[in-house]
Structure formats: structure tokens, C-alpha cells
Design a protein around this ligand. Structure first.
Ligand SMILES: [Mg+2]
Length: 364
């Protein structure tokens, strides 16, 4: 049986910061700009579990976090450290699995052939123990024959757990969960689903398609099939691996659109964010990939290999907009679907070395 194993580090930035400081193991620790030092507009990047118990979450405005948890210990983010550590984690995973697809800095999916759920769980526990012993970091694992279910299982395993969901137990596992436990169902969609009395995945499984369509669009049938425990091919597979090392950012849009004037500014912000992340990791990129997920959940991607390794946001912004423009144009000539989710990835990352001028320095 082919399994997809998903791994997500627990409170990753915080865990990277406190692993050398056992005195902070039980403390409310927040990684983010400290409002006591004048940062009033930033957001929390990562919160330890004791801080979460006080209502602090990532993406919470820092002023609000400080009000909820005055005793918190604030640590400024150190992105190069998190990136270095992520490389160590991936190295360890690659030694254990045939195919490792990084999904974000602290998340990856792997393919594994195992005859039964018990041997998948045993494998995950071994890898989890290795990460804990060698890197002193906590991680959670989820596994399923379906990529999306593996990710949901990981969320349910947190912190420091392992959850394996065999194919035949998918419906039973998903049914009691709130709809926003499904990746791709955000707060707005879940609110609209709540208005038609769809609160849990089980409710979604039993809902009329005619009621779901105005909210979930052409993907309604796919979501309902997933909720019934029979994910279709769109939920089964790992995303393509753009190379040995890549980084990406994704945005699910507040509403589906095909308007470049709405899409390009979002893409440009994503390019800024991604370029900063790559730079913080001490890398250059040589491949750029834009992936559009349409309102019917199919996806289309286009990529370009640059003539030389590049750095900086300006070039990435231009390339991203060019690639997305080509994809939108192609769609306009044919299907006319709207975009639901934008992904921007850079691949073929290489370490930055002194003395090299980035490609960006030569263009406007
Ligand atoms: Mg995480």
C-alpha cells in the first residue's frame, strides 16, 4: 500500500529558539516583534503551547498577544537559523524516505510503501524519535493514502503525536471534525457553510449539492466526496517536487477571481515575502514556478528556469506576474475559470557565495 506521511514541526520557530534553553521548556514564549520594544503593528510568528493556552496564536497582532499573555518571553525571529534547521530536518527525512516534498519551512510530505497502518505508525515514531534525539525538536506525523487526509491527521496528532488513518477509516475520522479542519476551508467559507447548518465534515457529507455550490463553487462535489471519506484524485497526490530544494508561498483568495488587477498585487506581495525568505536562508533561486488552482480545483502551472541564479524581489515579482499572465491568457482563450488559490515557488536553490552579483542587480 502506498501511504503519504505528512510531518509538521510543533511550534517550529519557538522550538528552534528554546531547544538550547531547557529553562524555557514550560514557559510562554512568543517569537515575533516585541511590542514592549516599540513594535506595535507586527504579528506573532510562533507561540509555545503554554502561550497558546492563554489565547496566543500565530498571526495574532502582537499588541493583542501582549495583552493576553503579559508574562510572555518575546524572542525576535532568526530566519537564517530556522532555514538551516529546516535543511537538517529535510536531510534526516531524505535518509529515511524515497521522496520528500517540502511544503513549507517546517512541513513536508513523504511517500512510503508499507503493508499495514501499524508499520506506518512504527516508522513515523522512529523518525519522530530521531528528530527529537538528534535535533531536540518536537514533530507531529499524520499518514493516509490521501495527501489531504494525511495533513488533517497531523493537525489532530499535535503536539508530538502520530496519527495514521487507513483508507477505510477516512469517513469516520473526518466526520466529527469542524469543516475548517480541512485545508482550503478558511474562516470565511466555514462561516458561510455554518449559515446553511454545515458545521462538521459529517454535515458536509450529507449536504445538498445545490446548497454547497454557491459557497464551494465547482469544487462542491469534490469536497463532498472527500467528506464522505472517498477523496478523489485531486486530494490524493503530493504536489509536484520542483527540485531538491524549493520554497513556496500560497494564498487562498477571499473570493475566486480572474482579474489580473486583483491577482497581480497579491502575487507581488507573495514574491516579496518569498524573496525575503530565500534571502534569509542565504540562498539564490534559479527556477520560478507559478501554480494556479482554479475554482473547480484543477490546477495549472508554468515555470521558467533563469539563465543564472538570482536574488531579490524585483526580478521575482516580474517573473511571477509574467508567468501568471500567460496562464490567465491561456485560460481566457478556453475555459474561463476563475482562480481560487495562488502558489509561487522558487526552486534550484543554491547557497549564496560572496563576490557573486545576483542577476537582479542587472535589471531594473
Ligand atoms: Mg508547524
Amino acid at each position: 500500500v502506498r501511504w503519504i506521511v505528512h510531518v509538521d514541526m510543533d511550534a517550529y520557530y519557538v522550538s528552534c529558539e528554546i531547544r538550547g534553553r531547557p529553562e524555557l521548556a514550560e514557559a510562554a514564549v512568543i517569537v515575533g516583534p516585541n511590542p514592549a520594544e516599540g513594535a506595535s503593528r507586527g504579528v506573532v510568528l510562533s507561540a509555545s503551547y503554554p502561550a497558546r493556552a492563554k489565547g496566543v496564536r500565530s498571526a495574532l497582532p502582537v499588541a493583542l498577544a501582549a495583552a493576553r499573555c503579559p508574562e510572555a518571553i518575546w524572542i525576535a525571529p532568526d530566519f537564517p537559523k530556522y532555514e538551516r534547521t529546516a535543511q537538517e530536518i529535510r536531510g534526516l527525512l531524505r535518509a529515511r524516505a524515497d521522496r520528500v516534498v517540502p511544503l513549507s519551512i517546517d512541513e513536508a510530505a513523504m511517500e512510503l510503501e508499507r503493508p499495514d497502518p501499524g508499520s506506518v505508525a512504527a516508522w513515523a515514531r522512529e523518525v519522530q524519535a530521531e528528530i527529537r534525539e538528534k535535533l531536540r525538536l518536537p514533530a507531529s506525523f499524520g499518514a493516509s493514502p490521501y495527501a489531504i487526509v494525511a495533513k488533517v491527521a497531523t493537525d489532530r496528532a499535535k503536539p508530538a503525536g502520530v496519527r495514521v488513518v487507513p483508507a477505510e477509516e477516512t469517513a469516520e475520522f473526518l466526520s466529527p471534525l469542524p469543516v475548517d479542519a480541512l485545508p482550503g476551508i478558511g474562516p470565511k467559507t466555514s462561516e458561510r457553510l455554518g449559515a446553511i447548518s454545515v458545521h462538521t465534515v459529517g454535515d458536509l457529507a450529507g449536504a445538498e449539492l445545490s446548497l454547497l455550490r454557491p459557497i464551494l463553487g465547482r469544487g462542491a462535489a469534490s469536497w463532498r466526496t472527500l467528506a464522505r471519506g472517498k477523496p478523489g484524485p485531486e486530494f490524493a497526490d503530493l504536489p509536484p517536487d520542483a527540485g531538491p530544494v524549493q520554497r513556496s508561498v500560497d494564498r487562498t483568495l477571499a473570493r475566486d477571481t480572474d482579474d489580473p488587477e486583483e491577482l497581480f498585487p497579491i502575487l507581488e506581495t507573495m514574491a516579496e515575502e518569498l524573496a525575503r525568505e530565500v534571502e534569509a536562508g542565504g540562498h539564490r533561486y534559479q527556477a520560478v514556478v507559478v501554480r494556479l488552482r482554479w475554482s473547480d480545483f484543477s490546477q495549472l502551472q508554468r515555470g521558467r528556469k533563469l539563465p543564472a541564479p538570482a536574488a531579490g524581489a524585483a526580478l521575482l515579482r516580474r517573473e511571477a506576474v509574467k508567468l501568471a499572465g500567460a496562464l490567465l491568457e491561456r485560460e481566457r482563450a478556453g475555459g474561463g475559470r476563475r482562480v481560487r488559490r495562488l502558489s509561487l515557488a522558487v526552486g534550484e536553490l543554491t547557497p549564496r557565495t560572496a563576490g557573486q552579483r545576483p542577476l537582479d542587480a542587472f535589471g531594473g
